[in-house]
Design a protein around this ligand. Structure first.
Ligand code: BDR
Ligand code: CA
Length: 311
């Protein structure tokens, strides 16, 4: 199995991504979960990560609290999408599993130094603050990362937090810029692909039909989560952004994209956090990311349902 660290700001779709990883032990060795401020403040995202692990029956998973604010800016949150808890929908509870003492950024640094070079994949599902902070603090770890597979950005689908920017990149554009300039192998799941991984009545019912705690918890989260996109955009369901990252690690053949140059806007107030993606190769800037554009959505939901069914 592939060794990964999930860096996350749960968030219903983050929680489903964590469940997918936990349901896939033959493919994924989850070394730890680092949490970051994003959808909601850090005090809630670290708690939501622990709730998710407990729902999955995996209280031994190491969960760390990382940065509570972006590298160079005040925090912007998304309660309008995720609810005031970040995980609205199911009945939530006070988790009893421990939060690790170490700072999430220290865990990322220590792990990359301890494991053999090129054997740990980072999976950021929120603003890139923790990864950016780790790279600034310990540049020696950059060359040791196997790959970064992240959810963030948008090109043809433009933005979801501003007309130009996707939320994760918008919240910490300096961290995103640093990560994209790091030279690490990067795969990006932008809105272009995640808006094709939409829930539907039948897809949510399939989770409920699992008849398990995980199945009901997931269906309750998604019933809440999808209302935002259905009401606001009239789309048929809610986009399962973050699980695309984990699904890609398990079944990359479900996805397709292009190796292109992606730059992050960090100055313009109008287009802050925009991922300027050279999809058509109109510049000679070198490719720095695999930018995913398409997914086999039925295959993706089949994988998700089957793996959550194992928990
Ligand atoms: C991203 O922002 C968050 O709201 C979701 O969890 C996802 O990571 C989508 O723009
Ligand atoms: Ca997220």
């Amino acid at each position: 199995p592939r060794k990964i660290i999930i860096d996350t700001d749960p968030g219903q779709d983050d929680a489903v991504a964590i469940l997918l990883a936990l349901g896939s032990p033959e493919d994924i060795d989850l070394l730890g979960i680092t949490t970051v401020a994003g959808n909601v403040p850090l005090a809630l995202t670290q708690k939501n990560a622990r709730i998710t692990c407990e729902v999955a029956g995996r209280p031994e998973i190491k969960v760390f609290a990382g940065c509570d604010a972006p590298l160079e800016r005040p925090l912007v949150t998304a309660e309008h999408v995720h609810g005031s808890t970040g995980l609205d929908g199911p009945d939530l509870f006070e988790p009893t599993m421990a939060l690790q003492d170490r700072h999430g950024v220290e865990f990322i640094i220590d792990t990359l130094r301890a494991e053999a070079p090129g054997t740990v994949t980072l999976c950021p599902l929120g603003p890139l603050t923790n990864i950016g902070a780790a790279f600034r603090k310990a540049p020696d770890i950059i060359d040791r990362v196997q790959e970064i597979v992240l959810m963030g950005g948008a090109y043809f689908e433009v933005g979801n937090i501003t007309p130009a920017a996707e939320f994760n990149i918008y919240v910490d554009p300096e961290a995103a810029r640093d990560v994209l300039a790091s030279g690490v192998k990067i795969t990006m799941m932008p809105l272009d692909v995640t808006h094709k991984a939409l829930t539907s009545r039948a897809r949510v019912q399939a989770f409920r039909d699992l008849g398990s705690r995980v199945g009901n918890f997931t269906a309750d989260m998604l019933d809440f989560f999808e209302r935002f996109d259905v009401e606001k955009y009239g789309s048929e369901g809610g986009p399962l952004h973050d699980p695309c990252v984990i699904a890609y690690l398990i079944q990359p053949e479900l996805f397709s994209g292009r190796h292109i140059n992606v730059e992050i806007e960090t100055a313009s107030p109008l287009t802050l956090g925009m991922t300027v993606a050279d999809w058509w190769g109109v510049t000679d800037r070198p490719a720095n990311a695999l930018f995913i554009g398409d997914v086999d959505a039925d295959g993706f939901f089949a994988l998700l349902t089957e793996r959550l069914g194992r928990l």
